[in-house]
Design a protein around this ligand. Sequence first.
Ligand code: SF4
Ligand code: SF4
Length: 287
Amino acid sequence: MNSRCALVSKIIPFSCVDGPGSRLALFLQGCNLNCKNCHNPWTIGRCDHCAACVPTCPHGALTLSEGRVSWDSAACRQCDTCLTICPQQSTPMALTLSVSEVLAQIQKAAMFIEGITVSGGEATTQLPFLVALFSALKSSTSMGHLTCLVDSNGMLSETGWHKLMPMCDGAMIDLKAWSGGLQRFLTGRDNTQVFTSLRLLAAHKKLTELRLLVIPDHCDYQQHIDALAAFIRTLGDVPVRLNAFHAHGVYGEAKQWRSATREDIAPLAQALEARGVEKVILPALYL
Ligand code: SF4
Ligand code: SF4
């Protein structure tokens, strides 16, 4: 029985967009960035039980009792009304689950998946849980074959990565902008730590994928293409995934931003390839 707990936003038993192959995707609640372009903005904050969402639920799935909001999963119809109303960018549907409870869910999917990916929010903000979960999986006789990946914004400290790397097969990291100024505009923090994380993970052969997000008019990769390509080449033969921003699902000013099209992505892919970046992966879909 492993009782280390995490606040879990969602579990998707079978996903083919959260890393290589079919994977169980575990989304942890809470993030240390505040990205304008976040597609899961209700995973950023933590519920403070203000109860603003309770009367808005059209299906009576939320109740307030002794200062705490409870969610009735049986009554919930997943309409997401509560997510759009929350002033904390949170959800009343997040659950506190122990490592043992999550392992039980992974066990049900284990025969059909190649591994698990822990995402968020920002997975590494709940590092002790992550370490305990990956360690338990690696030592499991029935699930030890599953690969353990983390989908991260790269803000974890070097000390944190050193705790995680021994039981983690790899990390997929977003470099949301080349310049610290644009990264700060997009996320609220600069990207010095992201570069440190990328170098560290690459040096330990734990960088599964580097991700670049193309947001038309809010993107500086082309402006710094020589430096960007040179940096990527120092990481080795890491795959570079180009993601296309789409406005669907985001909150605030980013709702007005233009979604990226093939015509926005192709020049960046060509510019990287022309500078010796070999493994460029194009978006699977555009919205
Ligand atoms: S989910 Fe948001 S709106 Fe609902 S109680 Fe928690 S903080 Fe308040
Ligand atoms: S998603 Fe939220 S608002 Fe919709 S039924 Fe479930 S608890 Fe209620």
